[in-house]
Write a protein that binds this ligand. Structure first.
Ligand code: URA
Length: 187
């Protein structure tokens, strides 16, 4: 575990803990407000993110941004990260050795940001954070509370590109998150 952002950045900058280092252009650590109440966790960088060094800047990210704007959630007030920080070739799912090698970085990010709510974007994020027994189809839209953090599993934005029907569910799940925030402000 890395106790400061400086330590974390120093450790990750030449990371060779797994084979994903071989093809990466940029390490995609995370972006946004390091003191955010709400953290989003995706799967891993795609081609656009690998090129730009920032999470969710490609097609799926743009779709997510539209939902955030529509709901009045400011992206720069969130902290956004991924399970793995380097692009899996061909956008395949990260493999177990890769997620295990990378997990200390994410654990440190969660420890440093101290979010109250974590949005888990898709099955890879859900299973790696809450456990293999969780299924995205059964879990999405339902709050899970663990060790003082509230988790909201929802679809990965890339799934919305393939299936229009998921858009409304994604929107509703993010609305839950936004309304949690309003509840906190008003109490
Ligand atoms: N998909 C992810 O899971 N993360 C990104 O940063 C981009 C696409």
């Amino acid at each position: 575990m890395y106790e400061t952002w400086e330590q974390l950045e120093e450790e990750i900058k030449d990371c060779k803990k797994c084979k994903l280092c071989q093809n990466r252009t940029n390490i995609v650590l995370g972006t946004g407000d390091r003191n955010a109440d709400i953290m989003f966790i995706g799967e891993g960088p795609g081609a656009d993110e690998d090129r730009e060094g920032e999470p969710f800047v490609g097609k799926a990210g743009k779709l997510m941004n539209e939902a955030l704007i529509g709901l009045g959630i400011k992206r720069d007030k969130l902290y956004i990260a991924n399970i793995v920080k380097c692009r899996p070739p061909g956008n395949r799912n990260p493999e177990a050795d890769e997620t295990i090698a990378c997990m200390d970085y994410l654990r440190s990010q969660v420890m440093l940001v101290k979010p109250k709510v974590i949005v888990l974007l898709g099955s890879v994020a859900l299973k790696n954070i809450l456990g293999e027994e969780y299924q995205i189809t059964a879990s999405r839209g339902k709050w899970v509370e663990k060790k003082g953090i509230r988790y909201m599993p929802t679809w990965h934005p890339a799934a919305l590109l393939r299936d229009e029907a998921k858009k409304i569910e994604f929107w509703n799940d993010l609305k839950e998150v936004r309304d949690w925030k309003l509840e906190i402000i008003n109490t």
